[in-house]
Design a protein around this ligand. Sequence first.
Ligand code: 5GP
Length: 303
Amino acid sequence: MAEERRTVPEVDRAAAARRAVERRRARASVKRDLTMRVVTPQSVLHRATEDPDSVEGSMRITDFLLALPAIGAGKRDRVLEQLHISPVKRLGGLGARQRRVLEEWLDERFPVSTPRGARSRLLVLAGPTAVGKGTVAAHIRENNPEIHLSVSATTRPPRPGEIDGVHYYFVDDAEFDRLIADGELLEYAVVHNRSRYGTPRAPIDAALAEGKTVLLEIDLQGARQVREAEPSATLIFLLPPSWDELVHRLVGRGTEDAEERSRRLRTAKVELAAQNEFDHLIVNEDVATAAREVVDLSTSSAR
Ligand code: 5GP
């Protein structure tokens, strides 16, 4: 009997300790998402408010603020003082006034880009390396023949299974130079310090003239050039479901050396910071859903 009475609480303690470790891990993961801008601070605060028992709700206000991009300990403490919020508070335990002033401060400091409404049938899909834009675009090519998927020209050699004119126009350097010189490219860029990629202008103009929606799956530099050339284009930024997942997709196979891994992670961080330049953010949790959200934008943005 005595033996039994002792073991039950011990089992409970072990389970509670495991739960505590899991929650700490989950909180650490949300903090990384905040730092890397995979989630907005406003959405984390919202979740904490909706469910104070959630991972977000159990986060200390001090940890939350410190996880925000470019907020150090000094700035954090000044903000808490200014907003009259005690540093021992958890996000889910804020009073209504505290929540409101925190929200106002976040909106000012981290403005959330608002969709610019229905304007164009020219859609540009970009996002950090390894987020899965190519897979989302391929899904749309398979399932939405009504959408014209732009075929880029590239100087990189074809991979097994890639078809010239379907996946890319595979050209040599001289031909790429000619395309640039003749003004045939809407945008072009060197990607990953290696090959050149560019979007042929004529097929896009033709598809738009036919009333079709056109989708470009290109890198960030290209997206910025399209915005310059066609300010009405709708720019879509694909986000990973979490920073940890992006890291997994970027370096998951572990075939790269440490230097290459950290280079990729640095690049991803810089790329994620560009999301505010975009009109819409779509989270690539699963490919079919992300593809549908892109297609829905095309129908809602078609004029
Ligand atoms: P991959 O060589 O793996 O097919 O593509 C590498 C990268 O090139 C991807 O990030 C893709 O978005 C980008 N890319 C493909 N076509 C173009 C293009 O026409 N212009 C630009 N700027 N980037 C492109």
